[in-house]
Design a protein around this ligand. Structure first.
Ligand code: ARG
Length: 304
């Protein structure tokens, strides 16, 4: 039986930014020259911001698991890309760009270790030749038990069928059309209250219509451009708490009106790599059926 009294509000996988930098360009935000010109400052600031993010998540009741950082893999910090995880099953990611492809083996090892500790039930590989960049491109709606899969920039559209067959839930593939919003988690964030925080311009007309239809008019929260471009949609939502980098007064008002508490954290330097709060985390105990933790897993807190 799961022991809910000792279970954290969320169990999250992260990776310390010891080797984080912008040393190559695989999205329009990444400018290695800009990074190099202030490498020391940016390295120190992203590091302290990341630690503040861990403090905030812990203060909200999250328990954090860590992937060991690795030299030469600066984007390993973006653990949202490690896998799609639901009900104790991790489908380990594959990557479009050669720069990130070695991450698959590192993440796989971390998931095997989590499995050995009873924190995952199954660790699955992607079929050869198919690309799916984890939860970064396959975003879960906890209210409707539906995955939203972004394709056209990183992940393959064909991955939708695989995710459907693997997890047994509906998958809506949507084409991402703005190169700045290259992962689904940069432009779509389903919230625990049934709303969706999103950036409509990242989708085609049909995609926008599908979002409107599935979430319903009253649940649409379109981010102001200023917030979308500061990665506010790339937010971590735990219960009524939302953790993000920065938020305008306008968006803050829209979310607080719906009963959410906002936690801005100083992680904006990760914008230089095209990532933010959600990208830096991966929920390991994501569960279907509106449950807090996977019914299939006998997970208890490992904290003393
Ligand atoms: N530099 C990384 C990349 O372009 C950033 C990844 C951000 N992750 C995310 N889930 N959106 O792949």
């Amino acid at each position: 039986m799961s022991d809910l009294s000792t279970h954290p509000r969320a169990r999250i996988l992260m990776c310390a930014p010891e080797h984080f930098e912008v040393s190559y360009t695989i999205n329009p935000w990444m400018k290695p020259d800009t990074w190099q010109s202030q490498a020391e400052l940016l390295g120190a600031r992203s590091n302290s911001g990341w630690h503040k993010l861990t403090d905030t998540l812990r203060s909200l009741g999250a328990e954090l698991e860590m992937v060991p950082p690795q030299a030469g893999l600066p984007d390993l910090v973006f653990t949202a890309n490690a896998a799609v995880v639901l009900d104790g099953v991790a489908l380990v990611a594959t990557f479009r760009h050669p720069q990130r492809q070695p991450e698959t083996a590192v993440y796989k090892k971390a998931f095997e270790q989590l499995k050995a500790r009873g924190l995952l039930r199954e660790v699955l590989d992607m079929p050869a030749g198919m690309i799916l960049e984890g939860a970064g491109d396959c975003v879960w709606d906890p209210v409707r038990d539906t995955f939203w899969l972004g394709y056209g920039q990183r992940s393959d559209k064909e991955a939708a069928k695989l995710v459907r067959d693997t997890f047994g839930f509906d998958v809506v593939p949507l084409k991402l059309v703005d190169p700045r919003f290259y992962h689904m988690d940069t432009c779509l964030c389903p919230l625990t209250g049934g709303e969706v925080l999103y950036w409509p311009q990242a989708f085609e007309t049909e995609g926008k219509a599908l979002i409107e239809e599935r979430f319903g008019k009253d649940n649409l929260i379109a981010a102001p451009e200023e917030d979308a471009c500061a990665f506010a949609v790339n937010a971590v939502n735990i219960g009524r708490d939302i953790v993000l980098a920065t938020v305008s007064d306008k968006l803050r008002g829209m979310l607080e009106e719906r009963g959410y508490r906002l936690h801005a954290t100083p992680i904006s330097d990760f914008n230089l790599s095209g990532g933010s709060a959600f990208c830096l985390t991966l929920k390991l105990d994501r569960a279907s059926g509106g449950r807090d933790i996977p019914a299939e897993l006998d997970i208890v807190s490992t904290s003393a």
